[in-house]
Design a protein around this ligand. Structure first.
Ligand code: PLP
Length: 399
């Protein structure tokens, strides 16, 4: 029998609208492991990859892979259950304990993704008597999580402390205030002013929540994140982060913070209560990644040195790189078409980078985002800078 066709409204709009707006997202198929060098399906190998969140290169680390295989063999493929019915194994409890220790918090709770952790926390914690104050450029999953809760919503201008203070004053009438921000913002590579945010939170009796997806494992002297980098680990109450980026890259997310809050999430957080437990192999990957990071900060330091190499060479070549000291290095170009043709031409030269334009970033602020990893060699970085310089000259982005 023929497969059912799509319903009539889907046959034209909205897909045609998406194509017409030039915002169609296509996916390149990778035929190798994630890593600094890739083979694309149907194409040659030898592509140098600068667009994964594999900041520490742990996605294909041999010890991480071995830990996953061992967990798979010992604990099976999966639990066929949510956590509270028949889905908690000793490895889940061990990983939660390890995450809390890594972040120096009381407890932690695992989710299938950080998207789920963000979707679950606001509704579980906040009531209609409370208020949440959110940076306007927060990640989509924070925005969706906030939409799901019944608290009063305030949106402050990106990293604008005057605006946050004004909104905190307005929110004094509510029972509880929660300031929510990304620790590091993934489009600009900029870092939230957490010291100032925590000072304001103290002044106006608010809690601070940070999403550390682009910080955990590598920001701060020991890779604990933005709160360590800015010296406010004791002032940020709630940290959400992912196991799907620097911490092995498999999947999974978590909340870490006060034990009472984690207890509440286990009782009330819907993505936790109504979704399957993390598969053992995934738990094995993350657990080993954390072991490696707690043993030594050498990997994080090597990534920082490579980031510094890329940023300084690109700046010397005449490019503007947004953000500061972060492995997300947006090469600012302005024009959407320029970003798109340059990214295509970079791939022709074996360098895989992605152009971003409106509506993902504001109009007139198109860019190519480069992400540095600890497993890039100095030669990889230099080849990327050379290709940018050639392609930039060819398309008029450089004199
Ligand atoms: N928060 C931020 C800032 C992110 O960049 C992402 C991933 O893109 C997420 C949350 C979601 O993380 P996960 O992939 O674990 O669902």
């Amino acid at each position: 029998a023929a497969a059912p066709a799509a319903p009539a409204p889907l046959r034209s709009a909205p897909l045609e609208d998406i194509r017409g707006a030039g915002t169609w997202k296509s996916e390149r198929v990778i035929a190798s492991r994630q890593g600094p060098h890739l083979r694309l399906a149907g194409g040659g190998g030898g592509i140098i990859n600068f667009c994964a969140n594999n900041y520490l290169g742990l996605s294909s680390h041999p010890e991480v892979i071995r830990a996953a295989v061992e967990a798979l063999e010992k604990f099976g493929a999966g639990l066929s259950s949510v956590r509270f019915i028949c889905g908690t194994q000793s490895i889940h409890k061990d990983l939660e304990e390890k995450i809390a220790r890594f972040h120096q918090r009381e407890d932690a709770i695992l989710y299938a993704s950080c998207f789920d952790a963000n979707a679950g926390i606001f509704e579980a914690l906040l009531t209609p008597e409370d208020a949440v104050l959110s940076d306007e450029l927060n990640h989509a999953s924070i925005i969706d999580g906030i939409r799901l809760c019944k608290a009063n919503k305030y949106r402050y201008k990106h990293m604008d402390m005057q605006d946050l203070e004004a909104k905190l004053q307005e929110a004094q009438k509510h029972r509880l205030r929660l300031v929510a921000t990304d620790g590091a913002f993934s489009m600009d590579g900029d870092i939230a002013p957490l010291r100032e945010i925590c000072q304001l939170a103290q002044k106006y009796d608010a809690l601070v929540f940070i999403d550390e997806c682009h910080a955990t494992g590598f920001l701060g002297p020991n890779g604990r994140g933005t709160d360590e980098l800015l010296g406010v680990m004791d002032k940020v109450t709630i940290v959400n982060s992912t196991l799907g980026k620097a911490l092995g890259g498999a999947a999974g997310g978590y909340t870490t913070g006060p034990k009472l809050l984690i207890d509440l999430l286990r009782q009330r957080s819907r993505p936790y209560l109504f979704s399957n437990s993390l598969p053992p192999a995934v738990v094995g990957c993350a657990s080993k990644a954390l072991d490696l990071l707690m043993e030594s900060n050498a990997i994080a330091q090597s990534m920082a040195a490579k980031t510094q190499r890329f940023r300084s060479k690109m700046t010397a070549a005449g490019f503007t790189i947004s953000g500061k000291d972060h492995p997300i290095c947006p090469v600012m170009l302005g024009d959407a078409r320029l970003a798109s043709v340059m990214a295509e031409d970079m791939l022709n030269r074996g360098i895989y980078v992605i152009g971003f334009s409106y509506p993902v970033v504001p109009k007139g602020k198109a860019r190519i985002r480069v992400q540095i990893s600890a497993v890039h060699s100095d030669e990889d970085i230099d080849r990327c800078v050379e290709a940018f310089t050639e392609v930039g000259r060819k398309h008029g982005a450089l004199p």
